[in-house]
Write a protein of this length. Structure first.
Length: 312
């Protein structure tokens, strides 16, 4: 199925659409997100509060629908995937969703009960947030959008590049500490720990009220590179101290930078790991006040009443 086909189908059903994701509320109040996946397949995800009976029920559904739909259960969701790549894929998923939601209800599963924004019960709508398409309070979503817009506006007025960069620098040093400990204590380097360096820089930039525009990412990037240099200097200083005893810091700095050419060669893999770390957390550290506001507006635009929608 093509993405255009899914969009046209969603429009005819009155579903919400964001990118390649269609959203609706299925029978018994289960929020559902439907995605046109790679190669034309259609996949729908149902968020639910699971029970011990659900695992066996899903297993039976797999047998019953073998060759038509696949059912996959994770901790908080069940996914229905069509076996077709043609236009009937969405119809197969709809049929599977009807069977799935009925089975979930019989197994005692219910839609998530707490609003992820305020953590309270009594949700009246569904919206697309980081956890997926889940029940929320409509008022919470509106308040979240308004708050995001107000914070963005305030940040553009009061944000400070200097304090933000200073925070990013300190944050990169803090983010480098786990890597330093793993190198010194375990003599190992972990890529995932290098992702903490740009994350620490970004959080430090935010913490010291840096202006949240593209300079937030630029600062995080520059300070991450500085953090890698600081990490290598710390390893060098600790190693030299273990071998020769206490050494004045100015002398260590002089020796380190006097041999910077050789050290840079040894740091090539560190920069490769940093690049991988940046790739891992790019979606987070590239966020600006504008993207936060846009995300809140997209969440608001995805709102639907938390009730069974009429099947068109």
């Amino acid at each position: 199925m093509t993405l255009e086909g899914l969009r046209a189908y969603a429009a005819g059903k009155g579903w919400k659409m964001a990118g390649n994701i269609a959203m609706t509320v299925w029978q018994d109040g289960f929020p559902v997100s439907i995605v046109r996946a790679n190669y034309g397949y259609v996949t729908a995800t149902v968020r639910c509060e699971s029970t011990s009976e659900a695992k066996e029920a899903i297993k039976n559904l797999r047998k019953e629908w073998k060759g038509v739909c696949d059912f996959t259960k994770t901790n908080f969701s069940v996914t229905v995937s069509s076996r077709s790549r043609k236009d009937d894929a969405i119809e197969q998923v709809e049929q599977g969703l009807n069977a799935l939601t009925a089975t979930l209800r019989e197994a005692g599963c219910t839609p998530p009960g707490k609003c992820p924004i305020c953590k309270q019960e009594g949700c009246d709508s569904a919206a697309l947030i980081q956890q997926g398409y889940v029940p929320v309070h409509e008022a919470c979503v509106h308040q979240h959008r308004q708050s995001a817009a107000e914070k963005a506006e305030e940040n553009m007025v009061t944000g400070n590049y200097f304090t933000g960069f200073l925070g990013a620098l300190v944050g990169s040093f803090v983010g480098a500490l786990p890597s330093l400990l793993s190198i010194l204590l375990a003599e190992r380097i972990y890529v995932i720990l290098f992702a903490l360096i740009p994350m620490g820089a970004y959080q430090g930039y935010k913490l010291l009220q840096g202006k949240m525009n593209r300079f937030a990412f630029v600062s995080s990037l520059i300070c991450s590179v500085i953090g890698v240099f600081a990490l290598n200097f710390a390893v060098f200083a600790v190693t030299a101290t273990k071998m020769y005893g206490a050494i004045p810091i100015p002398y260590l700095v002089n020796v380190f930078f006097s041999n910077l050419g050789e050290i840079l060669v040894d740091m090539i893999m560190d920069f490769v790991f940093l690049a991988l770390g940046l790739f891992i957390c790019y979606g987070r550290i590239s966020r600006t006040a504008a993207t936060e506001t846009a995300g809140a507006m997209d969440m608001e635009a995805s709102l639907l009443p938390l009730r069974e929608q009429e099947r068109v």
